[in-house]
Design a protein around this ligand. Structure first.
Ligand code: NAD
Length: 396
């Protein structure tokens, strides 16, 4: 389907950046909000980001004006009559999202696509609030949406293929990397990241080590671009806690992050936004006492194994449930979480027999959550051991 014009509904943190990305691709946008002040703030934010590009010499002032003029900041229904795609980015509450979807269903042309930027809510439930469930899908951008490359395109129970194709092409026009996934709590990236975060939290509680020292091991060994505790503080510990609880309800105790995260949230220590989380953001010296006794080489080795294997295990489950292809999972984890290698390709390069053996030992030591997944077992039994046999999760 040809996308002539896009509406972004909700001009907050995500909506403003999504509108910016569309305007930069020269696609006409209507940015809509119930709050006049939010529209005003979005306008200032978009001008500021564009000016940043002008200052760096990446955009001429004339081009910046032209792109900015693609956006209409409006709360009026008549500006939506010729929209091909609407991207909803209102707060994460199902009742509100359904209300917005009902409204868009009433105003937009019958074939227009209704997409949601939800982090975790059910696309099918939103779709069921409309008369066109087959034209509804998820289009999940990552924060900050003007720089992060990944977009998860999520199929609900009845989403048309044409809708997924159109949203994939639209993402590519925005110079983003789309991956198509099926609906499941947490989708791909947040689900896998939260599983590895819960494992690291458990390690912290069991070994009485500091967030600082764990983050240092993760980054020193190039397992992720930033430590999980720095990342959680940046995203907001209240959000991390909500997501962990939702995923624990959906998938069980491997997502239980331990008591510390909940305690911090209760004390309103929510990370960067409140000045205190796992780290303190008041003065540079405030974190001086965070270092614990140095890790023993054995502890460091265990942490690396627990982090990489928890990441691999959740990726393998997502793969086995048919939520996304091996390729999409690895692309999503590289583009959305910044991992240097996708978790399935990493297992292939380690050797699937080696991974199998490691997990068998970890199951004995740490429990059932490390039981080797069926897809791994099958491959090992068939002698498909990854890179060294030219076949594993991928062909080489
Ligand atoms: N912030 C993130 O890091 C992030 C990342 C990925 C996805 N998301 C998801 O994106 C969505 C929006 O998150 P956000 O952080 O941008 O929220 P936000 O609170 O910054 O912005 C939401 C905006 O929606 C507006 N709004 C409320 N009701 C409305 C209505 N009926 N019609 C039009 N506008 C309305 C609000 O006035 C506000 O400006 C959520 O579903 C969230 O889970 C957020």
């Amino acid at each position: 389907m040809y996308v002539k014009k896009v509406a972004v509904v909700g001009a907050g943190t995500m909506g403003a950046d999504i509108a910016y990305s569309l305007a930069m691709a020269n696609i006409p946008v209507v940015l809509r909000d119930v709050d006049e002040n939010a529209l005003q703030r979005a306008q200032e934010h978009i001008r500021h980001v564009m000016q940043g590009r002008v200052d760096k010499g990446r955009l001429s002032p004339q081009e910046a004006e032209k792109r900015f003029a693609q956006i209409r900041f409006s709360a009026q229904d008549k500006d939506l009559y010729d929209v091909s795609v609407a991207i909803e980015a209102v707060p994460e509450k199902m009742a509100l999202k359904q209300q917005v979807f009902r409204e868009l269903d009433r105003i937009l042309p019958p074939l227009a696509i209704l997409a949601s930027n939800t982090s975790a809510l059910s696309i099918s439930e939103m779709a069921n609030a409309t008369t066109r469930p087959e034209r509804v899908a998820g289009m999940h951008f990552f924060y900050p949406a003007h720089t992060m490359k990944l977009v998860e395109i999520i199929a609900g129970d009845s989403t048309d293929q044409d809708v997924l194709d159109t949203l994939t092409r639209l993402s590519e026009e925005l110079r983003k990397i789309p991956v198509v996934v099926k609906e499941c709590p947490g989708f791909v990236v947040n689900r896998i990241l939260t599983a590895s975060m819960a494992e690291v939290m458990r390690f912290k509680a069991e070994h009485h080590v500091s967030a600082h020292d764990i983050d240092a091991v993760i980054t020193k060994n190039h397992l992720a671009p930033m430590g999980p505790f720095v990342l959680a503080d940046a995203l907001g510990l209240d959000i991390a806690w909500d997501v962990a609880n939702t995923l624990q309800k959906a998938y069980g105790d491997r997502f239980y992050p331990g008591p510390e995260l909940g305690e911090l949230v209760q004390q309103h220590h929510l990370g960067v936004k409140t000045g205190q989380g796992f780290y303190s953001y008041t003065t540079p010296e405030a974190n001086a006492s965070l270092k614990s006794a140095p890790f023993t080489p054995e502890q460091e080795h265990d942490l690396i194994d627990q982090f990489t294997m928890a990441t691999f295990m959740e990726a393998a489950r997502v793969f086995e449930e048919g939520i996304a292809s091996a390729r999409s999972i690895d692309i999503a984890m590289r583009a959305g979480a910044g991992l240097p290698t996708g978790p399935l390709a990493l297992a292939d390069s380690m050797g699937l027999d080696v991974v199998y053996e490691k997990l068998t030992k970890m199951t004995k030591r740490l429990g059932e959550r490390f039981t080797p997944p069926a897809s791994l077992k099958e491959r090992v039994e068939r002698g498909q051991l990854g890179v060294k046999t030219s076949r594993g999760y991928f062909n080489y």
